[in-house]
Design a protein around this ligand. Structure first.
Ligand code: MN
Length: 510
């Protein structure tokens, strides 16, 4: 099949079915500084299953007891996805996989001369023999075998094919050529995988890319165009060094740019990205493709105007496709249209004159290098329009208890419109307890979600001023708010209350 575009004939041999092998819990977990408990791995695995991936590589059974426990825990759930464990080419590693109750083994064996000579000190002949024996052992132990050539892209291609052929003859069900250090280019990926597809007698050929040169997604897609029918990827592109190919980017690029559907519930991508970010502690960079906070946030006046008339003007991916939310932020690049739209959602209808003044004041704040939060926009508008500042919620009193051998507990007394309300709650720490107490006090917050919580110390030292920025969501409305205090609990509560105030403020135009 070929398609002609821009005068270039793009040869493509996409397979009818492209399988998704998720390695967030194995290669992704090898991200420096990341370590997941079995319970948190399970939470991610359940979400991955819902997303529709074909294989969940849940860990590396031989690495530790925790890894073994995590794989066992996940294997017990009867998820739709196949549960896989990674292993090196040793008898012990394979036995560990069998013990973990995983359905399949991802058997990783190095093939490049560099790895053979300096890492495992074996000859090519020895590697072929080991591969044959281990694949046979794994098959005998009832495992589905996914055989990976580590550093395949720096391996002599004839030896690589010999290695795979030996493995396939010994019973390997699938083979993977790994771009372990991310040195492929899309052109090389196309050539390599065409060659593998043509010369190997195996139902599934998979690609596994790393992002050292920022080309992991492009390389993976190129391999799929050449006929590879499975890709390895991670949520948020987590992984060692610059990470693995990002699952969400591959899926959305295939769907949107190549009109090639994979069986993934794309509407869950944003939420799973958030979950993985929360549990691993690795923030998603704001300008990350597909799931970054700014992917669907617009500030520039020119863009916003076009966008409001027709989202296609500046939104190549609709937020709904990945379960995200469009947000128009205010700042020095803002135009009247964007500000008007945001204020509309708060029920505010300034006159044209007032609107111009509001825009001017926002630009002034922005020019001073400050970020304009939605809470600031509301405050500015109230001033310009001469409205009584509506702050439905005001903090009257807060008590927080935390320490060693104490369950962090908080109680708050708030003024809500004209009455007083109280709430108390526990939390994982003082900030969490305090926010939970606010939520417990106000029934209206039931549908309000704290999506993002970010702390920054503005000055050095332990007496630093702390800036807390929150993103809160109610339905498909999202707002930002900030709190700045010397006390982290107070800064957090200030930010959260101000966010809730913006979300619950709705002026009547009577
Ligand atoms: Mn890898």
């Amino acid at each position: 099949m070929s398609e002609v575009k821009w005068g270039i004939t793009l040869f493509n041999r996409f397979s009818d079915k492209i399988r998704v092998f998720d390695t967030t819990l194995r290669d992704g977990e090898q991200t420096p500084g990341v370590s997941l408990t079995p319970e948190n791995k399970l939470r991610i695995a359940q979400k991955l299953d819902e997303l529709g991936v074909d294989v969940i590589e849940a860990g590396f059974a031989a690495v530790s007891q925790g890894e073994m426990d995590a794989i066992k825990l996940i294997a017990k759930q009867n998820l739709k996805a196949e549960i896989c464990s990674a292993a090196r080419g040793t008898k012990g590693d394979i036995n560990a996989v069998t013990k973990s109750d995983a359905d399949s083994i991802h058997l990783i064996i190095p093939t490049s001369d560099l790895h053979l000579k300096f890492k495992i000190r074996k000859t090519r002949e020895e590697i072929l023999k080991i591969t044959e024996e281990r694949v046979e052992q794994a098959k005998k132990q009832g495992l589905i075998v996914e055989l990976s050539a580590e550093d395949a892209t720096r391996t002599d291609v004839n030896f690589l094919k010999e290695f795979f052929s030996k493995g396939i003859a010994a019973g390997a069900d699938r083979v993977v050529a790994c771009d372990t250090v991310g040195v492929l280019t899309p052109e090389k990926a196309y050539d390599l995988f065409s060659d593998l597809r043509d010369s190997l007698q195996v139902p599934i050929v998979s690609v596994h890319c790393h992002n050292d040169f920022g080309m992991a997604v492009a390389n993976s897609i190129s391999a799929l165009r050449a006929g590879a029918n499975q890709f390895h990827a991670t949520i948020n592109g987590l992984g060692e060094r610059a990470g693995n190919a990002s699952l969400e980017e591959i899926v959305i690029a295939l769907k949107s740019l190549y009109k090639k559907d994979v069986e993934i519930k794309t509407g869950l991508l944003y939420s799973i990205s958030q979950l993985v970010s929360r549990l691993t502690g690795i923030y998603v960079q704001p300008n990350k493709a597909v799931v970054g906070e700014n992917a669907f946030t617009h500030e520039s006046g020119i863009h916003t105007q076009g966008l409001l008339a027709n989202p296609l003007t500046y939104e190549p991916i609709s937020p709904e496709l990945v379960g995200g939310t469009r947000r128009i932020s205010s700042g020095k690049h803002s135009g009247i249209h964007g500000i008007k739209d945001t204020l509309d959602k708060m029920g505010l209808e300034p006159t044209n004159e007032q609107l111009k003044e509001i825009a001017l004041r926002i630009k002034n704040v922005g020019d001073k290098g400050k970020i304009v939060m939605d809470a600031d926009l509301l405050a500015i508008t109230e001033t310009v329009m001469g409205l009584n500042k509506i702050k439905p919620i005001q903090l009257k009193e807060i008590t927080v208890v935390s320490g060693d051998k104490v369950t962090p507990t908080a109680s708050v007394r708030l003024r809500l419109n004209k009455k007083e309300v109280c709430g108390a709650a526990f939390g994982v720490g003082p900030v969490d307890a305090a926010i939970n107490a606010v939520k417990a006090a106000i029934i209206e917050t039931e549908h309000i979600h704290l999506e993002k919580y970010h702390v920054k110390a503005i000055t050095g030292g332990t007496d630093a001023m702390v800036e807390v920025v929150v993103t809160m969501r109610k339905g498909n409305r999202k707002v930002t708010a900030m709190g700045v205090r010397g006390d982290i609990v107070m800064a957090s509560i200030e930010a959260v209350i101000s966010g809730i105030n913006v979300l619950t403020t709705f002026y009547n135009s009577e």
